[in-house]
Design a protein around this ligand. Structure first.
Ligand SMILES: [Zn+2]
Length: 144
């Protein structure tokens, strides 16, 4: 099932409220880019955004663009409504990024039926417009 929204309930979309150290992520999303923090000292990739590197305790964190490719690490299919905005069924996936390990990211699937999903499934980044001003990162089956 493709992610579908009941547009009449778009008021129930939770607009991203960013802490200062998260703003770079959401600014990039508005440009339809996916970025992750990377430590300037030990080169560790970090996500979700945080103020300090969990590995070496450095505050020298920079934003770097993701290649957007990953594999499904885990997933769940919602078959009961939790928010009237989201038409059931829909999938929530935990994607392990190929080029930014150990980053894992929670997102939705764009174009997949629940029975098509499997652990290890190759996926790639796309964007889904919740509102004209607010895209969200989303994943789809990798074609190449
Ligand atoms: Zn570090």
């Amino acid at each position: 099932m493709a992610l579908q929204l009941n547009r009449r309930y778009v008021k129930y979309f939770f607009e991203p409220v960013a802490e200062s150290f998260e703003e770079g992520f959401w600014e990039a999303v508005k440009r339809r880019e996916l970025v992750f923090q990377r430590c300037g000292q030990c080169r560790e990739w970090l996500h979700p955004p945080r103020p300090m590197c969990h590995k070496c305790k450095s505050f020298d964190l920079r934003w770097e663009k993701s290649t957007g490719k990953g594999k499904i690490y885990s997933y769940v299919t919602f078959t009961r409504e939790v928010n009237p905005l989201y038409v059931v069924p829909f999938e929530v996936v935990l994607v392990e990024m190929d080029d930014e390990k150990p980053v894992r990211m929670v997102a939705n699937m764009l174009d997949t039926k629940p029975e098509e999903l499997y652990i290890g499934m190759p996926v790639e980044l796309d964007f889904f417009d919740v509102t004209p001003k607010q895209p969200i990162p989303i994943f789809k089956k990798r074609t190449a």
